[in-house]
Design a protein around this ligand. Structure first.
Ligand code: ZN
Length: 157
């Protein structure tokens, strides 16, 4: 998992209204920015059901560490993979109320400046077990929806 220390995340980010919209793409649904975002901005909270099962797996779930997965609800359920993504997800522990047990919350962050109307994408970083051919059309497309660390292993098979 990536760098979890983000200075802009010192306090729990507030809700963002209408930050994104879901629309059709050539490969199904996708998520599009309704406004521009500067690099490293928080685009929104990825909400959903947290599944406490290390063997869990789905096409949409986010691995949030400690054997936990987040099965997201829309809109962020529909963020597509790209080998040159413009976003990444990250998670932090926050309490809903002071004194309450903190729980994991997952957020989508811009990796670079994003223009209004751009499709948002992340690198799914799947293991070879889940690899499927990639159709992202990025110049550096790995050809498979699989993590950079696993691509050599996959190509040798
Ligand atoms: Zn690709």
């Amino acid at each position: 998992m990536k760098n979890l220390e983000r200075s802009e995340c010192g306090s729990r980010p507030g809700p963002k209204r209408k930050s994104v919209r879901v629309a059709r793409t050539r490969i199904g649904k996708g998520v599009f920015a309704r406004r521009s975002y500067p690099a490293s901005a928080m685009v929104g909270e990825i909400t959903g059901k947290i599944v406490d099962d290390a063997d869990y797996g789905s096409d949409y779930c986010f691995d949030i560490g400690d054997g936990l997965y987040l099965e997201p609800v829309p809109p962020f359920r529909f963020v597509n993979h790209c080998c040159e993504p413009n976003c990444e997800f990250d998670y932090h522990q926050y309490s809903d109320q002071p004194g309450e047990e903190p729980r994991k919350r997952v957020y989508l962050f811009a990796l670079r400046d994003i223009k209004k109307g751009e499709e948002l994408s992340i690198d799914y970083n799947w293991s070879t077990t889940y690899a499927i051919p990639c159709r992202c059309q990025a110049p550096s497309c790995r050809g498979w929806v699989v993590s950079q660390d696993s691509i050599d292993e996959l190509v040798q098979q």
